[in-house]
Design a protein around this ligand. Sequence first.
Ligand SMILES: [Zn+2]
Length: 169
Amino acid sequence: MVLRFQTPPLYLPRCLAERLERWAEEALPAEACGLLVGERASDGVHVREVVRLSNAAPARAEDLFELDPEEHLAVEQAADAAGLEVIGVWHSHPDSAARPSPTDTERAWEGWSYPIVGFAAHGARRELRSWRIGPSGPVEEPIEHRAHQPRALALDPRFLRPAAPVPER
Ligand SMILES: [Zn+2]
């Protein structure tokens, strides 16, 4: 069951949202995944950087993702060193809408943001939506675009590898 409640927004600069969409597109037909690094404030969660991680479930990458634990730790440490924190996990659904699956819901941590890039209508429509997992299930978190205030993370560039432009769909 999907409930819609008013939750504080996820402030995700457009350039970072576009990066998630490109990474998701590039990984097709596999799921792409990674972390959001940012800051919590009284008006919502502000994303300062998005990071792409390896999918550590290569055998089932078309319908499952697992964050590589070593990469995850490296990003946590870099975020901490920059005075930021990991505030969520993003991933993609290569062949379905941008809604959390039962597995996504089961694995999610309360208080984290879960943006999903979905390819709905059998890949014809790309969409980006974000979710919080509350006690009674997924709650959509509105995404608001704001100017990017970048914060440098001391990270291996492979986590921020640029993506090729997405062809118009
Ligand atoms: Zn999923």
